[in-house]
Design a protein around this ligand. Structure first.
Ligand SMILES: Cc1ncc(COP(=O)(O)O)c(C=O)c1O
Length: 429
C-alpha cells in the first residue's frame, strides 16, 4: 500500500498532537492523590526522605524535560540554543511570574537562592552610614552578603533577635522588635521567610505593612527595602509577591518546588528594581548587549532580564523550570500548602510525645511551614541524624551554631512515613 507524503505528514501531525495531549491528561489524573505524586519520583522507597530543604529529586515531568533538551543539545548545541533559548527561558520566567502574581519582566532566573541573595545584596545602592537590618537567626548567605556590602559601601549591618525564645514567638512580638530597630538610616530589612534552623516562618506581610507606614514620609533613596530569602516558603506557601510586600524575593527552585537542580529566581518589586545594579552582565535580550554593541553609554532601565546573570548555562535545567511550575499548578497551590501543613503538624504532634525531645518549631501554621526542628536531651544532633539514617530516615543537622535536627515533611511523604519517622526518633534518642 502506498501512503502519500501528505497523508504521512498529517498522520505524524495528529500523532504528535495526541502525544502532546496524552501526558497532560494522564498527569492531571496521576497527581489527584498523594501516592500518584510520589510515584512521579524515582526516590528509593526504602528510605523516608525528609531533607527536601537541602536538595530535591526530580519528578518525572522535570526529568523528561531535562532529558529532551539535553538530547537535543547534544545533537546540535548551537542551533538548538539559538532556536530555543529566548522562548524557553521566557517560559520559565513567565511560569515563575504566574506563581507570584506579577509581571515576567520583574523576574530574574538564577542558579540558586545563594546566587540570588548575592546578586541583590551585592548590587544594592546604599550610602555610607545607612543601616542594613537583619536577624541573628538569618542564614550565613544573608549575613555574609550584607557583611560584604557594608565593607564595600560604608553601610552598617545591625543584627537583632526578633524573639527571646522561638517557642514564645508571636507575630506581633516579631513585628514590634523589628519596628524598634528601625532608624531614619535604615535602608534594608533582610529576612528569611522560613528560618532553616528553627523552622519559624516570619510574618513577612505584617513586617511589610509596618515598613509601608515608615516609608510613607521618606524619599525613595531613604526608604526601607524588604529583602527575603524565600527558599523554604517558595513551593509551599501560596502567597503572591504583592501580598508579601517585599522588594526582593530570592528562592532556589531545587528544594520545595521540586524544580531542576541548579535553578532559582529573584522576584523584584518596581522599587526593588530601581534600588539595585546588575553585578553580572546579562546575556538575556534586554537592550544591554545591543547598547554595548552600538558603543552607547546609556543603559535601559533595570528589569529582571538585566538581573539575570549571563554566561552559558546548564540550559536544559533552566528550560525545564517551566515544567516544575506546571506540575506545581496541576497538583494545586492550595492543596500543596494544606498537605505540607497537615504532615508537619502530625510530625510535631508525634515528636512532642517522645521523651527527651523538644520541638523547637512553633506548632502554629501561621508561624511555621514544612521544616520541623527539634533537639534531643543528652544526645548530640549529629548522633541523632546518624542513628536516624541507620533506620532509613534522611534527616539533617542545621548548619548553624544551634545545631538542631531537622525533618522536612513535604508532598512526597505519606502519613505512614510520618509515623515511621516518629518511631525512628523514639528509638534514636
Ligand atoms: C535559608 C537558606 N537559604 C539558602 C540556602 C541555600 O539554598 P540554595 O541551594 O538555593 O542556594 C539554604 C540551604 O540550603 C537555606 O537554608
Amino acid at each position: 500500500m502506498s501512503v502519500s507524503r501528505r497523508s504521512l505528514l498529517m498522520l505524524t501531525a495528529t500523532a504528535t498532537a495526541l502525544a502532546g495531549l496524552r501526558p497532560r491528561t494522564g498527569r492531571a489524573a496521576a497527581v489527584s492523590d498523594w501516592a500518584g505524586v510520589r510515584a512521579l519520583f524515582d526516590l528509593n522507597p526504602e528510605r523516608v526522605h525528609m531533607s527536601t530543604m537541602l536538595i530535591t529529586a526530580h519528578p518525572r515531568p522535570v526529568r523528561e524535560a531535562i532529558e529532551r533538551h539535553r538530547a537535543a543539545m547534544d545533537r546540535d548545541p548551537v542551533e538548538y540554543l539559538e532556536r530555543n533559548d529566548e522562548r524557553l527561558t521566557d517560559e520559565s520566567r513567565a511560569a515563575a511570574a504566574r506563581r507570584l502574581g506579577m509581571h515576567r519582566d520583574n523576574i530574574a532566573i538564577v542558579e540558586s537562592t545563594t546566587v540570588g541573595v548575592g546578586l541583590v545584596y551585592g548590587g544594592l545602592k546604599v550610602r555610607e552610614g545607612q543601616e542594613l537590618l537583619t536577624t541573628e537567626q538569618d542564614y550565613y548567605v544573608t549575613h555574609e552578603s550584607l557583611r560584604g556590602l557594608a565593607r564595600r559601601t560604608g553601610a552598617v549591618v545591625r543584627m537583632i533577635s526578633p524573639f527571646d525564645r522561638v517557642a514564645q514567638a508571636s507575630e506581633a512580638g516579631i513585628v514590634a522588635r523589628i519596628a524598634e530597630a528601625i532608624t531614619p538610616r535604615t535602608r534594608l530589612v533582610a529576612l528569611t521567610w522560613v528560618q532553616s534552623n528553627t523552622g519559624l516562618k516570619m510574618p513577612v506581610a505584617a513586617v511589610a505593612a509596618h515598613l509601608a507606614e515608615v516609608n510613607a514620609g521618606r524619599d525613595e533613596a531613604d526608604q526601607v527595602l524588604l529583602g527575603l530569602d524565600a527558599v523554604h516558603g517558595f513551593g509551599i506557601e501560596p502567597d503572591h509577591l504583592a501580598g508579601l510586600g517585599c522588594d526582593f524575593l530570592m528562592a532556589g527552585c531545587h528544594k520545595w518546588l521540586f524544580g531542576p537542580r541548579g535553578t532559582g529566581i529573584i522576584a523584584f518589586s518596581e522599587r526593588g528594581l530601581r534600588a539595585v545594579e546588575p553585578v553580572v552582565p546579562t546575556f538575556d535580550d534586554s537592550g544591554v548587549f545591543s547598547a554595548w554593541y552600538a558603543g552607547q553609554e546609556e543603559r535601559p532601565s533595570n528589569n529582571g532580564r538585566q538581573m539575570t546573570p549571563g554566561g552559558f548555562k546548564a540550559f536544559e535545567h533552566r528550560w525545564a523550570l517551566a515544567e516544575a511550575f506546571r506540575l506545581h499548578e496541576e497538583i494545586g497551590v492550595a492543596r500543596i500548602a494544606a498537605r505540607t501543613r497537615e504532615l508537619a503538624g502530625a510530625l510535631k504532634d508525634g515528636l512532642a510525645g517522645v521523651r527527651g525531645v523538644t520541638v523547637v518549631t512553633p506548632r502554629s501554621e501561621r508561624l511555621s511551614a514544612g521544616i520541623v526542628a527539634f533537639r534531643a536531651e543528652g544526645v548530640r544532633s549529629g548522633a541523632v541524624v546518624r542513628r536516624l539514617r541507620e533506620r532509613g530516615v534522611i534527616a539533617s543537622v542545621a548548619p548553624y551554631p544551634s545545631q538542631l535536627v531537622r525533618l522536612t515533611p513535604s508532598i512526597i511523604n505519606s502519613e505512614a512515613e510520618i509515623e515511621a519517622a516518629v518511631a525512628a526518633v523514639r528509638a534514636s534518642v
